[in-house]
Design a protein around this ligand. Structure first.
Ligand SMILES: [Zn+2]
Ligand SMILES: [Zn+2]
Ligand SMILES: [Zn+2]
Ligand SMILES: [Zn+2]
Length: 359
């Protein structure tokens, strides 16, 4: 029988700790679930190993500890410092264990396909605003596609320190090592594939002092942060604040009140029913959807028509809001609308049905 000798009467074999007594035969303390009795066996490891089996007989204690395929037998006497014997070495699994313990949970191993380091990303910008706070944490994507990185490279990329285990020479009888490794393999090691991106939480201060939270992601292995614009579904890296302090990829300005809205605003800018000018919900003032200028259209008197470029036999209507002017002209059956605002002057032909809006 292949065993590790502890003292004259006691040894460790595949079954546990065995004590030989010539009078009464062997006493065996079989390997058991550790149930918290082997905290000593996790000391001097980084990360914490999994204690798979434990045995105690009199003053002797033994534990089978592992990180993946890196496995060791620890033995101690009378609560003293343990002596360690190597069963299998795996620098790869030590690194996988370090990555898993850092990003997932103690006792888990992880393979990594891609990493974005916290110091290697470009954030989303909010135009005209100042960032006053930023918190960056890893964002774990489980079961990603793609090639796995070398475990040592992955461990370095996530900024975890080197893994370590107590020194343990491979000095056990080969047969005992094989038997203990078989016992360990009965409890499978599970390695999770992950990719590591970032989650960024920021606070931005607008010129009026209002502070806005902004949360966005950086995809694993990429460096540019982005926000998905809800109205277009596209990834946006530069944002603007609308009048209601929403952040959006694009804003639309009302030609009347000159304040921007975003697609999330209840009063989002739309075309005026009549002049087609950009008009926010607050500046649409009639039931039928006309802007402030179109709502104010009044017929120009006979003597003022020349000023609006309408000859004899024609008619003109004019309306204004503080930043928009609209003039409608009729010459026989020919109707046009001229609109002026800060973005310029446009003339559009009108359908004669327009007469319903005029008085
Ligand atoms: Zn030894
Ligand atoms: Zn407006
Ligand atoms: Zn908005
Ligand atoms: Zn209008």
């Amino acid at each position: 029988m292949s065993r590790l000798t502890l003292d004259d009467d006691t040894g460790i074999d595949d079954g546990g700790i065995v004590s030989r007594d010539t009078a009464s035969g062997d006493t065996v303390a079989a390997w058991e679930d550790p149930a918290g009795r082997a905290t000593w066996a996790a000391e001097d490891w980084q990360p914490e190993p999994e204690i798979v089996a434990y045995a105690r007989l009199g003053p002797w204690e033994a534990a089978l500890a592992r990180i993946g395929r890196h496995a060791q037998l620890g033995v101690r006497h009378d609560g003293g410092r343990p002596a360690w014997h190597g069963l299998g070495k795996s620098p790869g699994d030590m690194n996988r264990g370090m990555v898993g313990a850092t990003l997932l949970a103690p006792g888990r191993l992880a393979d990594v396909t891609a990493v974005t380091r916290q110091e290697d990303f470009t954030g989303v910008q909010v135009q005209g605003a100042q960032r006053v706070q930023q918190l960056v944490v890893p964002r774990i994507v489980e079961h990603p596609p793609g090639e796995e990185m070398e475990p040592a490279e992955a461990r370095f990329a996530i900024g975890a320190p080197a893994a370590q285990a107590p020194a343990a020479p491979l000095d056990l009888p080969e047969e005992l090592t094989e038997a203990l490794l078989r016992r360990l393999r009965r409890k499978p090691v599970d390695v999770t594939r992950i990719a590591v991106g970032l989650r960024v939480a920021e606070t931005w201060q607008l010129p009026d002092g209002f502070q806005l939270p902004l949360v966005y992601d950086v995809a694993p292995g990429k460096s540019q942060g982005y926000v998905v614009d809800e109205s277009t579904g596209t990834a946006v890296t530069s944002l603007q604040a609308c009048r209601n302090h929403h952040l959006a990829g694009t804003l639309a300005w009302c030609a009347h009140c000159l304040l921007p809205t975003c697609p999330a605003c209840p009063e989002t800018v739309r075309p005026c029913r009549l002049c087609q000018g950009a008009t926010c919900g607050d500046c649409v003032v009639t039931e039928d959807g006309r802007c402030r200028a179109c709502a104010a259209l009044t017929k120009v008197g006979m003597f003022a028509r020349a000023k609006y470029g309408v000859g004899a036999g024609g008619s003109a209507w004019h309306g204004e809001s503080p930043n928009v002017q609209v003039t409608i002209r009729q010459q026989r059956n020919w109707w046009t609308l001229e609109r002026w605002d800060r973005s310029g002057r446009v003339t559009i032909p009108l359908d004669p049905g327009v007469v319903q809006y005029l008085r």
